[in-house]
Design a protein around this ligand. Structure first.
Ligand SMILES: Cc1cc2nc3c(=O)[nH]c(=O)nc-3n(C[C@H](O)[C@H](O)[C@H](O)COP(=O)(O)OP(=O)(O)OC[C@H]3O[C@@H](n4cnc5c(N)ncnc54)[C@H](O)[C@@H]3O)c2cc1C
Length: 532
């Protein structure tokens, strides 16, 4: 309690440890607010680890005339790249052209074209793709990323894995992002600026009492409950945003969320170069094939309605066949179910704008403040990984109307942990790490610098040999890295470590993952004491 008899309260209490919750926590704590964040599972355990992992403008959104979103996202790519050159890097996208490519029938562009050029019968003409790419090149104010080029697929290496009917392609730039690491780095930076980050902590209820929010939480591991107070609440529950409004806060709100599942499959590497493919289907949809984790190819995504957020999304056999058939229309190598080594699925929490199809629903974000209970709550709908920093700035604009902010926007130009090096400095950092830790091979050093950037050396401590790193769990994962992840990055289980902090799950056997789990269980008490 304070002197006034009021309970001690945070300025901001954030529900949800996905990219939007963690991005807002970082921005707000950097502006001097006292912030708490509760995540019911692991950070990025829901949508924010299941994306296609692109910082992109979204070429296809141009057909929906989403110019605001596309421009904001395009400009943002280079801002983000500079803030995190370890977990994000430029990529070239190859878009093979074929006369059979069709529009989705309800895009504004396809409706306009079928009115003025009915003989096109839903085809996506080459001049329109060129126009889209021209806009993509110019809207975003590029300084680092190269612009569009045309490729002759009959002679270039990018044509080699493709069927011979594809003779021509366009090539453009976007960026890769390690989505789940982005979330944890935002949480770490928020904590370094004073935020309290609570994982495995479910918000059970939030009620307004005397102008303050009273929030009840439950630890999902121990069952322990706690009460917190806050002046303002942020509902960044992603797919659960509607549930939290209706069940936890019991607000009388008409805002809705549309849940659209997207699945990806992973195969062994399908081709040798480092570019991505942007494939257009005869159904008007597009999918990507992307070089993934050095030895693999990532293919996705799908758009399927998903009604219940509590139903864990999985890539269904139908979605897997759809993705395989789609890729088989382009690659020489014909893929079957046996080629799929892993799949994952996530649910897009889109703002319900009444669009007829899941593909057409807007990918833009909508922020709504509700003050009907007496204390303000900001509900977040939609958004992209790419626009998370801008979404946080917009959220802070709205929060600033209810609570004082010590300073204005600050995150553009501020690096995330480990990201304080030049955009083209990755190779030099790898060379330095190998010099300082002579026992590392190139694969191991690259993995560590990709994950931890300038902090990779901290993970290795004062080790002189690989044996100094403690137990070897396989695929270059050693005890010192596991301990570091628990102490610094809120990791608790083998799944947190091998699928979210790293992607070593692709290389470790199920037995090795079980051994890691057993080790974590055995050392649980000592590790949690050390992490406190
Ligand atoms: C298939 C797919 C591909 C995508 N590809 C891209 C892409 O390439 N580029 C891009 O920019 N964007 C992409 N996106 C969009 C992007 O991933 C999402 O917009 C973003 O991850 C949403 O983040 P979020 O924080 O709102 O939600 P989430 O990441 O889902 O976070 C919400 C969190 O709230 C927690 N929570 C819910 N209820 C409670 C409660 N009661 N108490 C405590 N915690 C709670 C959940 O556990 C969850 O972790 C893609 C999305 C999908 C599904």
């Amino acid at each position: 309690m304070t002197h006034s008899g009021q309970p001690k309260a945070f300025d901001l209490f954030i529900i949800g440890g996905g990219i939007n919750g963690c991005g807002i926590a970082r921005d707000a704590s950097g502006r001097g607010m006292s912030v708490a964040l509760a995540e019911m599972d692991d950070l990025a355990s829901a949508t924010s680890s299941a994306s296609t992992k692109l910082f992109h403008g979204g070429l296809r959104y141009l057909e929906y005339f989403e110019f605001r979103l596309v421009r904001e996202a395009l400009v943002e790519r280079e801002v983000l790249l500079k803030a995190m050159p370890h977990i994000s890097w430029p990529m070239r996208f190859v878009l093979p052209y074929h006369a059979d490519m069709r529009f989705e029938s309800d895009t504004p562009t396809s409706r306009l074209l079928s009115m003025i050029m009915p003989w096109m019968k839903g085809r996506r003409p080459a001049w329109l793709i060129r126009l889209g790419l021209f806009l993509y090149d110019t809207l975003g104010g590029r300084k680092i990323l190269p612009g569009t080029a045309t490729l002759d697929l009959t002679t270039s290496p990018e044509g080699a894995p493709l069927q011979s009917r594809f003779a021509k392609a366009y090539e453009y730039s976007d960026c890769w992002i390690e989505d789940s690491r982005l979330v944890v780095l935002n949480a770490r930076d928020a904590e370094a600026r004073g935020a309290r980050i609570m994982t495995r902590t479910r918000v059970v209820s939030a009620q307004c009492e005397n102008g303050l929010w009273r929030i009840e939480t439950q630890n999902t591991e121990t069952g322990k409950t706690a009460t917190h107070h806050a002046r303002m609440l942020v509902n960044a529950g992603g797919p659960w945003v509607g549930d939290i409004i209706q069940t936890n806060m019991r607000l009388n709100s008409r805002e809705g969320v549309r849940l659209v599942r997207g699945s990806h499959i992973v195969t062994r590497k399908l081709y040798d170069h480092d570019k991505c493919y942007f494939f257009q289907g005869t159904d008007g949809r597009i999918i990507f094939a992307i070089p993934y984790e050095t030895d693999f190819t990532l293919i996705g995504t799908t758009d399927a309605e998903h009604t219940d957020p509590s139903q864990k999304p999985v890539c269904t056999p139908q979605e897997q066949s759809y993705l395989l058939n789609f890729a088989n229309q382009y690659f020489n190598q014909q893929l079957g179910d046996d080629d799929v080594v892993w799949s994952y699925s996530g649910v897009r929490p889109l703002y319900d704008d009444g669009a007829s199809s899941a593909t057409a629903a807007t990918r833009d974000y909508t922020l709504k403040v509700d003050t009907s209970t007496g204390a303000p709550v900001l509900n977040i709908f939609g958004g992209k990984i790419t626009t998370y920093r801008r979404l946080a700035e917009s959220a802070l604009d709205q929060i600033g109307e209810h609570l004082p902010l010590a300073k204005g926007p600050w995150t553009a130009g501020a690096t995330l942990p480990g990201g304080d090096f030049a955009v083209d400095g990755f190779d030099a950092l790898v060379a330095k790490l190998r010099f300082d830790f002579a026992f590392l091979d190139d694969v191991w050093a690259r993995r560590l610098v990709r994950a931890y950037g300038t902090q990779a050396a901290d993970v290795l401590g004062d080790a002189k040999t690989a044996a100094d790193l403690g137990q070897d769990f396989g695929a270059t994962l050693c005890e010192s890295e596991v301990r570091w992840l628990i102490a610094n990055e809120y990791a608790q289980t083998a799944t947190d470590i091998v699928w979210r902090r790293t992607k070593l799950g692709l290389r470790l056997t199920p037995e090795q993952i079980s051994q890691l789990d057993a080790w974590l269980e055995h050392n649980r008490h000592a590790l949690s004491r050390a992490a406190e």
